[in-house]
Design a protein around this ligand. Structure first.
Ligand code: 5GP
Ligand code: ZN
Length: 111
């Protein structure tokens, strides 16, 4: 498997991992777009939201992202959770991931 996020799960490539449970791993984005920019991924390889078959998986991912936001101290002020999907969504890594962004006021609509 050549997927870079799978290799972060197995520690074959380094990442700043900040949290982990049986289903998910959270690590800091290599090119942060906000003061806090964490990626939350399922340990299981799923290419994107389009390939999800188990509805529990995105629920676990989202609740894990919420817990990461709380641990990062951005829950009260607010934060954004983003799942980019395929080309128009801006997805560049094809292992499902939620961006947790915070520490600044976000613009709307996104570009
Ligand atoms: P996407 O554009 O697919 O929604 O987001 C992919 C994200 O993964 C980008 O924000 C990018 O900076 C991040 N990224 C890509 N490769 C690596 C890596 O090897 N390590 C880490 N920590 N982040 C990465
Ligand atoms: Zn993968």
């Amino acid at each position: 498997m050549s997927c870079i996020f799978c290799k972060i799960v197995t520690r074959e490539i380094p990442a700043t991992i900040i949290a982990e449970d049986d289903y998910c791993v959270a690590f800091r984005d290599l090119h942060p777009q906000a003061a806090t920019h964490v990626l939350v991924i399922p340990k299981e390889h799923v290419a994107s939201l389009n390939q999800v078959t188990d509805p529990l998986l995105p629920g676990r991912l989202l609740c894990f992202a919420r817990d990461v936001a709380a641990a990062e101290g951005i829950a009260e002020r607010g934060y954004r959770v983003v799942l980019n999907t395929n080309a128009d969504g801006g997805q560049t890594v094809f292992h499902l991931h939620a961006h947790v962004l915070g520490g600044k006021a976000m613009g709307w609509p996104p570009g």
